[in-house]
Design a protein around this ligand. Structure first.
Ligand code: GLU
Length: 479
């Protein structure tokens, strides 16, 4: 990451607060309520020891609950050496507003563990994770009805399975124990489509944006996603799925992929799967033979393209490079990739930014579906799928009978028939729910963006919609 050395650049938490303030200034909130919504309710720091490799190692973990206007509070747990209180608090705040924007009925939280997961063997990580889970669970910082973590940077399904199992061991009579975390593997109570969900949400967000010619016009881009040049920063779970789906299903050309140790570039379009394979096998992108390798990877952030997708860390577009970023459309697949200062610069330039609150909400949306599934103890679609198929079959058979009886010569194409006959399973239902969520949230944001003279960008619009919903929830509680 190209760190900004500019002294005017605020820290991450301050940056989120400034974005909040910009929106709140345009709203009619009492100062007391505004302050209540802005502040982080509580941040817990746990330090615990684990005996590994003959020594006791002390680890520091965080769980920050930003807002409990709805419970459980929700948000991922990241494993990274740089995790700190400011960062988890900023991320927890973003979770509050993200959930409100996409109407996921949770408060906002975030957690982190200061650790470089690459330095530990899987069985050691399991011991550390189980101990961290114990420390959180005994303080109700993991709990199906109060606080539900999920994967984030440096964690995945594997860690969530360990956490769920450990929580269940500590709460042997809790029938809902599995709902204590989301993003679990399918065999541990997960849901179809959760791994790809954040990337899928980025794709649905872009599709929805491109459904509105008036909005696309503001970027100066031609209509339609087909053929658009895209640069992605970060080929982790989010960046990989977003890039893959946009290339395979929407005709986008992924012309650049940036990783921490370099980038690859090809104006004709890169094979995303091949690049991911290389990274998986070599631990980095350096030397990747797909496209042209560029050592100074971050330079590609400034390269000409239609859509830039920062999908890695916070603060990667900052005062040191914002002026030179050429993409007319940026979609924030990561949390907080554009600093407050950079946001100002880009807005002045007319860059359209689809903000993180909205753009990466696919993960928590499908987490919500998983939590509901866990509490209802049944796979989505299990009851109705075959009934739906039977109904469709009735119609097809009736059409075919009519055609035969009256010599109409109608013939349904086999492709139509097989597609129409298939009842929706869990994956189809999850995608449908995610698509619907992303469309509706965009429209609520857009209404404020285009409908108010004093709102000139989607981020401010997103904050206004979200803050208004949190405020309504506090008011309903009598605050
Ligand atoms: N860590 C993801 C996020 O930042 C997912 C959170 C969740 O599913 O609870 O949105």
């Amino acid at each position: 990451m190209r760190d900004s050395t500019d002294p005017r650049e605020p820290g991450f938490r301050e940056s989120v607060d400034l974005m909040f303030n910009r929106a709140a200034a345009l709203m009619d909130l009492s100062p007391g309520l505004e302050q209540k919504i802005r502040v982080c309710n509580a941040t817990y720091i746990v330090r615990f020891g684990v005996r590994l490799r003959g020594h006791i190692h002390t680890f520091t973990g965080y769980r920050s609950n930003h807002s409990e206007h709805m419970e459980p509070v929700k948000g991922g747990i990241r494993y990274a050496p740089v995790v700190n209180q400011q960062e988890v608090e900023a991320l927890a705040a973003l979770m509050t507003f993200k959930c409100a924007l996409v109407e996921v009925p949770f408060g906002g939280a975030k957690g982190g563990l200061c650790i470089d997961p690459r330095e530990w063997e899987p069985y050691e990580l399991e011991q550390i994770t189980r101990r961290f889970t114990y420390e959180l669970a005994k303080r109700d910082l993991i709990n199906p009805s109060q606080n539900v973590p999920a994967p984030d940077m440096g964690t995945s399904e594997r860690e969530m399975a360990w956490m769920a199992d450990h929580y269940a061991r500590m709460n042997t009579t809790d029938i809902n124990a599995r709902a204590c975390v989301t993003g679990k593997p399918l065999n541990s109570g997960g849901i179809h489509g959760r791994v790809e969900a954040t990337g899928r949400g980025v794709q649905y967000a872009l599709r929805e944006f491109f459904r509105h010619p008036e909005d696309v016009k503001k970027t100066g881009l031609s209509p339609g996603l087909d053929g658009k040049k895209v640069i992605v920063q970060g080929l982790g779970n989010v960046g990989y799925h977003a890039a893959k789906f946009l290339a395979e299903e929407d005709g986008c050309k992924i012309v650049g992929i940036i990783e921490r140790d370099g980038a690859v570039h090809d104006e004709a379009g890169l094979d995303v799967v091949a690049v991911r394979d290389w990274i998986g096998r070599h631990g980095g992108i350096a030397g990747c033979p797909v496209g042209e390798f560029i050592e100074d990877g971050d330079a590609l952030l400034e390269h000409e393209c239609a859509i830039l997708i920062p999908a890695a860390l916070e603060g990667v577009i900052n005062l040191s490079n914002a002026e030179r970023v050429q993409a007319p459309l940026i979609i924030e697949a990561a949390n907080g990739p554009i600093t407050f200062g950079a946001d100002e610069v880009l807005r002045q330039k007319g860059t359209v930014i689809i903000p993180d609150l909205y753009a990466n909400a696919g993960g928590v949306t499908v987490s919500y579906f998983e939590w509901v599934k866990n509490l209802s103890h049944i796979r989505f679609g299990r009851l109705q799928r075959r009934a739906e198929e039977a109904h469709h079959l009735l119609l097809i058979e009736e059409l075919e009978r009519l055609s035969a009886d009256r010599n109409l010569g109608w013939e349904l194409s086999p492709d139509f028939k097989s597609r129409y006959l298939r009842g929706a399973g869990e994956l189809e239902l999850v995608r449908s729910g995610l698509d619907d969520t992303m469309r509706i949230a965009y429209q609520s944001m857009r209404e404020v963006w285009l409908g108010r003279d004093d709102v000139h960008d989607l981020r401010t619009a997103a904050f206004i919609v979200a803050i208004e919903r949190v405020a309504a929830s506090y008011r309903a509680k009598g605050l």
